[in-house]
Design a binder for this molecule. Structure first.
Ligand SMILES: COc1cccc(-c2nc(Nc3cc(C)[nH]n3)cc3ccccc23)c1
Length: 281
């Protein structure tokens, strides 16, 4: 299907992404609301990120899962590339996390269960996300998780080529120090990141947050302390994901069946969750 800018009514800018801005948009003929992400070609060339964007489009446009942000299509003009993306009504998860400081266990467990389901779907398609962190997760209008930003995703197994920029907090040991026989790694990197995400949801900061050098050292030793206010069940899950040996990390099927997840995610079970009032947002 051919798309072009004239097909869309551009709404308010939602915010600024890495290589451009994101706008609310409506497709004129159908009234369909979406998010239009603009990427400036010049900037992509200067950061040699065209390959990442090509991969993002190729991978994300073939994915269909309720917890993965849909990419409906793309087009470009002389200066920009446009990605037509699903609109997630509640925006960036990390803004909610910063505002609330940390999530109650029932909310964190529901988010982690949805991330695990999305990762299971990705891994079945041999796609590694490689960049699971609050900044790359959006929230749908009903508070459901939408994993976005596949700029770093690749087909497994893989060897990293692009130098890593931005935070190391979420990277597993095997992506920091070349221990793997040929420095390659597999989808188990996403299991480590899921452990970091669980910790950050419950504690409000990443487990290895420190100076760059110290973070690398602490990751390489899985050196973290879990505060005493974290429940024993949640602590158990974190410890089973933040394991140095990728092969010994808890598989996603077992994450979804973990006592901490079942306690908070199975309908009607004792969750201690405040009755969900039908709040007007
Ligand atoms: C930096 O702040 C940014 C950047 C990009 C998007 C938002 C944002 N996004 C969305 N939804 C989206 C975004 C995409 C690609 N699909 N659905 C909703 C929001 C609501 C309030 C504030 C901000 C929002 C913020």
């Amino acid at each position: 299907k051919q798309f072009h800018l004239g097909m869309f009514e551009i709404g308010r800018p939602l915010g600024k992404g890495k290589f451009g801005r994101v706008y609310l948009a409506r497709e004129r003929s159908t009234g369909f609301v979406c998010a239009l992400k603009t990427l400036y070609k010049a900037e992509l060339q200067s950061c040699r990120a065209e390959g990442q964007v090509r991969r993002e489009v190729e991978i994300q446009s073939n994915l269909r899962h309720p917890n993965i942000l849909k990419l409906y299509g793309h087009f470009h003009d002389s200066k920009r590339i446009f990605l037509i993306l699903e609109f997630a009504g509640k925006g960036e998860l990390y803004k909610h996390l910063r505002r609330e400081n940390r999530f109650p266990e029932w909310k964190a467990a529901q988010y982690i269960a949805q991330c695990a389901a999305a990762l299971r779907y990705l891994h079945r398609k041999h796609v590694i996300h490689r960049d699971i962190k609050p900044e790359n997760i959006l929230l749908g209008i009903h508070g459901e998780i939408k994993i976005a930003d596949f700029g770093w995703s690749v087909h497994a197994p893989s060897r990293r080529r692009q130098t890593l920029c931005g935070t190391l907090d979420y990277l597993p040991p095997e992506m920091i120090v070349r221990t793997g026989k040929d420095g390659s790694y597999n989808e188990k990197v996403d299991l480590w990141s899921l452990g970091v995400l669980t910790y950050e949801f419950l504690v409000g900061e990443a487990p290895f947050e420190d100076t760059k050098a110290m973070t690398e050292r602490r990751i390489a030793r899985a050196d973290m302390t879990i505060p005493s206010f974290v429940s024993p069940e949640a602590r158990d899950l974190i410890k089973r994901l933040l394991v140095l040996d990728p092969e010994k990390r808890l598989p996603l099927e077992d994450v979804e069946q973990h006592p901490w997840i079942l306690k908070h995610c199975v309908k009607g079970s004792r969750t201690g969750k405040p009755e969900q009032k039908s709040r007007r947002d």
